[in-house]
Design a protein around this ligand. Sequence first.
Ligand code: NAD
Length: 299
Amino acid sequence: MARIGFIGLGNMGLPMAQNLLKAGHHVEGFDVFGSAVEKLRAAGGEVAASVKVAASRADAVITMLPSGKEVREVYLDGTGVLASAQPGTLLVDSSTIDVATARDVAEAAAGRGLSVLDAPVSGGVGGARAGTLTFMVGGGEEAFAKAKPILEGMGKTIVHAGGAGNGQAAKICNNMILGVSMIAVSEAFVLAERLGLDHQKLFDIASKSSGQCWSMTSYCPVPGPVPASPANRDYQAGFTAAMMLKDLKLAQDAARVAGSATPLGAEAAALYDLYCLHGNGARDFSGIICFVRGTEMEV
Ligand code: NAD
């Protein structure tokens, strides 16, 4: 069992760290927010006083931070992970961040003889709690082989996507499909309403026809057809609209740099931007259907 330094104990990081404890690892956590570390202590973990302390005595360091800015800080600062980790320490960043930062951090790590994996996740807070996350991993084969048994303590599907940054590339491509498909499914259900076609009838037909997709069959944006979907609880968030907007913007930034045309991704980012500006950032992203219907136009 490994000694793991876990940095970033928020909505995702805390349950992930708790699952590592359950898997028998020793977890020493750090977060700038005091009450987060106390929850880790209550679950049987140890509390580190700083990034430096968490990184300097770990076999593996896992980070789960809000954005690329914090990842740069935590890894590249003079008292950060790269300056503090012992040679041979496994470094895994599971935050969702821009591909360029992931590759910059990997390059800086290589300069110090360390390897970092970018390993963003899909599955949300529910998946983090249940230990069923999907990890999309970018980085070297050897580091991936070392990381896999640790990641298996927090997730069910662990996929090596290729070299540094490819985990982030997979994440933003996947979420661009999700954002676009949720809007497409929402438009179809609203059109059906206006044509007098019952939600359940459309679901029964389209979920067995060529229009079927995850946004319809697992996360249907209208109440009824999929009882577990957030539409049945007034769009209380599983995955917030603000998180979806963040990922769509990351995809747009990456598309610009790569010179790849993504007009539907751009339109999805613009719609989610408006939806969030109207005060809906904390609602579930499938609530975009209210916006499409025109019932969510006021702040
Ligand atoms: P969060 O804001 O709840 O947690 C982030 C934690 O990082 C906070 O506790 C914060 O205090 C801590 N932090 C910030 N700067 C720090 C620093 N310099 N040193 C130490 N700790 C620091 O966010 P979250 O929902 O847990 O998401 C984390 C990452 O996972 C994000 O990149 C997000 O895009 C991604 N993600 C989230 C979800 C989701 O459903 N919440 C799903 C998939 C991926």
